[in-house]
Design a binder for this molecule. Sequence first.
Ligand SMILES: NC(=O)C1=CN([C@@H]2O[C@H](COP(=O)(O)OP(=O)(O)OC[C@H]3O[C@@H](n4cnc5c(N)ncnc54)[C@H](O)[C@@H]3O)[C@@H](O)[C@H]2O)C=CC1
Ligand SMILES: O=C([O-])CC(=O)C(=O)O
Length: 340
Amino acid sequence: MPTPTGPTPTGFTKPPVVVTVTGAAGTIGYAALFRVAAGAMLGRDQPVVLRLLELPGAISAAEGIAMELDDCALPQLAAVEIFDDPRAAFDGVNQVLLIGAKPRSKGMERADLLSANASIFATQGAALNEVAAPDVRVTVVGNPANTNAAIAARHAPDIPRERFSALTRLDHNRAIAQLSHRAGVPVTEISGVTIWGNHSATQYPDIFHARAGETTGAELARDREWLVDDFIPTVAQRGSAIIAARGASSAASAANGTIDHVQTWALGTPGDSWTSAAIVSPGAYGVPEGLVCSFPVRSDGTDWQIVEGLEINEFSRARIDASVAELEAEIAAVDALATR
Ligand SMILES: NC(=O)C1=CN([C@@H]2O[C@H](COP(=O)(O)OP(=O)(O)OC[C@H]3O[C@@H](n4cnc5c(N)ncnc54)[C@H](O)[C@@H]3O)[C@@H](O)[C@H]2O)C=CC1
Ligand SMILES: O=C([O-])CC(=O)C(=O)O
């Protein structure tokens, strides 16, 4: 049963967007909800109804968060509702953040979470298929994010698969930050970075089309020792470094990446810049059709479009292929789980 915190106020200039956040009482959920409610994701003039989906044991924590949201007196927060049933939480939903899942701990790879988390995304995909709004958009954050998005999309055959995407914006932001340090220019002067492949240690942060102020990424990439031994592993293994340092997986930066991802999807990419998101491959850049793979993308405010025509050199091709091979292995593992 939903637990509204109070009647929905009237008088908004736009109809509210219904946003459901799963794992709302978890660390990423807690870091994301207040910013979503304050308009960082969909705009400061866009009213939102927030639906918090949690496991029964975390409903009390979700109720505490709802009280805190209330206490912010945010002008565009139309209502907060709490659920432990996905079908009810997704009824008529426009934007879904699928965050709720088990995080990895020290020594695990994200793929180790596959069997623990696959059933969550199967159940939630099926529930979305039944009750979500016709314009629903689904962002998968829970790991392994690419394959969980593929699972959710497979269980929602009536929702166009382009409506499912998985988060690699955190990796994209990490790559921008590292490049900014290397080139000594502000992050606002970095463009043309791409994360290819899986949100895992095999991901390939590609700078061959990037710019860092007056310097091109191709020039920076001439220092192969830095590229291979420093930049790529620092970005690709940042999640592990944070777990080692913090004793828990990235939360505030993951929430920030999630908000950036949905903001770009829903409001569009500014200018001719691009970002990275994991979307269902239409067969672009040699990535087999149907895999949820990270690509260079833009959004027109409705759908993602893959940036076409980038030249892929031999160095990049080998790394993209390696990450794609891992995605294929994850899907094969899901198929094996389903037949057990
Ligand atoms: N794609 C990305 O860039 C990133 C993904 N992650 C992943 O995000 C996920 C969540 O991370 P945290 O918030 O740190 O974990 P957490 O353990 O703090 O919170 C997870 C929450 O999900 C809830 N939950 C579990 N199963 C659920 C279900 N079936 N329905 C609704 N809620 C459910 C739990 O009760 C818990 O409150 C993890 O899988 C983590 O690995 C984390 C960082 C970055
Ligand atoms: O590394 C993890 O398990 C959490 C995560 O996905 C990230 O920080 O990129």
